[in-house]
Design a protein around this ligand. Structure first.
Ligand code: HEC
Length: 199
């Protein structure tokens, strides 16, 4: 009986392995490297690999805590301690839909595509809702703690939520320090449309 169970487990393991192999060859055959988009995107870093596991395996609290700490350690706060740039430029960064796509000109700066996941300017009708609404974000407070939390979230979202679906804008060099400051101003500046709700 024991031998039979071992055999069945071995066979199941082999099938799993073959499926994983098929999957990666199908991905490699199906995707092409175009401009700045390379097949290296199919390789997962340790965090992505951890978060792609079934929940019962990824539920390892010690590994999750370690990954969160690594993410927190990656955060670089603005050199001069000044978190806020120009909301007008930040609006462009949040809404221009550019960045890391094969059709984007690699010479041009990336955008943050924030509106694809968040409601920001209440007048914007086309926005995604994978993330929470950030409309009136500035009303949540302008304290140093709030500024640092938001900067950290933008720099490396995994510092707070290990399997977050938000891009790592600072840690992966998607946005520059200045662009991050501009997006911060778009979120916090009292004159930004984000904080100007229609009566
Ligand atoms: C692919 C989707 C996606 C994109 C693009 C995205 N976000 Fe997020 N964001 C999320 C999700 C999902 C959450 C909530 C879950 C979490 O914490 O990860 C979140 C959370 C946040 C929070 C924390 C809100 C709170 O209540 O604490 C802020 C601030 C934020 N995002 C700002 C931004 C900004 C600014 C951009 C663009 C530079 C952006 N996000 C781009 C998905 C996204």
């Amino acid at each position: 009986m024991k031998i039979k169970i071992t055999f069945v487990l071995w066979l199941a393991g082999c099938i799993g392995f073959v499926q994983a192999e098929d999957m990666s060859s199908a991905l490699n055959a199906g995707f092409k490297s175009i401009n700045q988009v390379g097949l290296d995107r199919l390789e997962q870093d340790p965090l992505q690999a951890f978060c792609s596991k079934p929940r019962e395996e990824s539920g390892d609290a010690a590994v999750a805590a370690e990954l969160r700490e690594t993410a927190m350690a990656s955060v670089v706060l603005p050199g001069n301690g000044d978190y806020l740039g120009s909301w007008e430029r930040g609006q462009q960064v949040a809404n221009n839909g550019k960045g890391l796509q094969y059709s984007d000109n690699p010479e041009e700066a990336n955008g943050g595509n924030c509106y694809a996941c968040h409601q920001l300017d209440p007048a914007e009708v086309a926005y995604g809702n994978l993330g929470p609404s950030l409309t009136n974000y500035g009303a949540r407070g302008q304290s140093d703690v709030m500024l640092q939390y938001t900067w950290t979230k933008l720099w490396n979202t995994h510092a707070y939520n290990v399997c977050s679906h938000m891009p790592r804008f600072g840690a992966q060099g998607i946005l520059t320090e200045q662009q991050l400051k501009d997006v911060m101003a778009f979120l916090f500046d009292p004159d930004s449309p984000v904080n100007n709700l229609a009566e």
